[in-house]
Design a protein around this ligand. Structure first.
Ligand code: DAH
Length: 341
């Protein structure tokens, strides 16, 4: 029995040393130390030994078991470290390799112009509003003083959803004036950018969808001087300190008086050239003092409060800002065009 134990010790030591994986090692553990393993088989022979021999053999068996266990443990550690090393080698990252180039997008020129406008007005204490593109004619027309029969309500100009002409794609951002008046506490200072829709054929200056930015101020003692001062400040920030402006009388149903604001042509300095079609001036926006009846319809007392509003076309602002000749370029999203800004 002693020989068998010694043989097992020698054999197992060699086998454990030779095991090349954690799985192989586990198989050896079962083979030598398991319930049906070789050591157990030898120990079953204990019964046949004499009373003197038994404790001596028991001691030897225990030391063989202890030696086996510690050898298994040592090999397990070695193999574990080896496996980790191999994994680290396999997953190693070569940080000196050139990286993959990721194409970054950038801002669309129209949104560059919009962000500039927002910055200017946020800096003057205005709040930026967002509103629905599917709008009620009540907001787009009625509460802006454009009653039934007003030419702008015509089916040939406006996208309606229903036969009664009550629901439509907004044709201007001006309904945001009404929405602001109905929901915001006074005083109000807002700008509201967004898409608007009109039945226009596409050409170099027209599109059935385009963008406007609406602006509105309502407070006590607001006058036309505030309107001109604010819009002049905006134009100087957009087109330079020395930009000249002029205000021409005009008509809009929801303002009284109404005006259009022109900027002096940046190309010719006012002399007249193809850019300004010989005029020396370029039309920029519509504006005016909010009609007392419009204030009244939204529950604001025109005896106490007054206000002004403006609406500016965003595509045209961007086209002037970046000297873009054709409106269609703004919408085509051709990268050869877009990456220039
Ligand atoms: N909504 C007008 C348009 O689409 C532009 C406009 C004119 C807006 C005068 C205003 C304003 O707020 O006061 O032509």
């Amino acid at each position: 029995m002693k020989d068998k134990l010694n043989e097992l010790a020698a054999q197992s030591a060699a086998a454990i040393e030779a095991a090349d994986s954690l799985e192989a090692l586990e198989e050896l553990r079962v083979r030598f130390l398991g319930k049906k393993g070789e050591l157990t088989a030898i120990l079953k022979m204990m019964g046949k030994l004499s009373a003197e021999e038994r404790p001596v053999m028991g001691q030897l068996a225990n030391s063989v078991r202890a030696k086996l266990e510690s050898e298994l443990e040592t090999r397990k550690k070695e193999l574990g470290e080896k496996a980790l090393e191999a994994r680290m080698k396999a997953e190693a990252l070569d940080v000196t390799l050139p990286g993959k180039h990721v194409e970054l997008g950038h801002k669309h020129p129209m949104y560059i112009a919009l962000d500039e406008l927002k910055d200017i007005f946020i800096g003057m204490g205005f709040t930026v509003l967002d509103g629905p593109e599917v709008e009620l004619a009540e907001y787009n027309f009625d509460k802006l003083n454009a009653e039934e029969g007003h030419p702008s309500r015509d089916w040939s100009d406006t996208f309606y959803f229903d036969n009664d002409s009550r629901v439509m794609l907004r044709s201007q951002t001006s309904p945001m004036q009404v929405r602001a008046m109905e929901t915001m506490p006074l005083p109000i200072r807002i700008v509201a950018p967004g898409r608007v829709y009109r039945k226009d054929e596409v050409d170099a200056t027209h599109s059935p969808m385009f963008h406007q930015v609406e602006g509105m101020v309502i407070d006590r003692h607001v006058t036309m001087a505030d309107l001109k001062g604010t819009l002049n400040a905006m134009v100087r920030r957009l087109y330079g300190e020395n930009t000249k402006t002029r205000f021409r009388p005009h008509h809009f149903p929801f303002t009284e008086p109404s005006c259009e604001m022109d900027v002096q042509c940046h190309k010719c300095g006012g002399v007249g050239c193809p850019t300004c079609k010989g005029e020396g001036w370029i039309e920029l926006l519509g504006a005016g003092m909010i009609h007392p009846h419009v204030l009244e319809m939204s529950g604001i007392d025109p005896e106490v409060y007054s206000g002004w509003a403006f609406g500016i076309g965003l595509e045209r602002t961007a086209m002037r800002r970046f000297k873009i000749a054709d409106l269609r370029l703004i919408f085509e999203n051709d990268l050869r065009f877009l990456t220039q800004f």
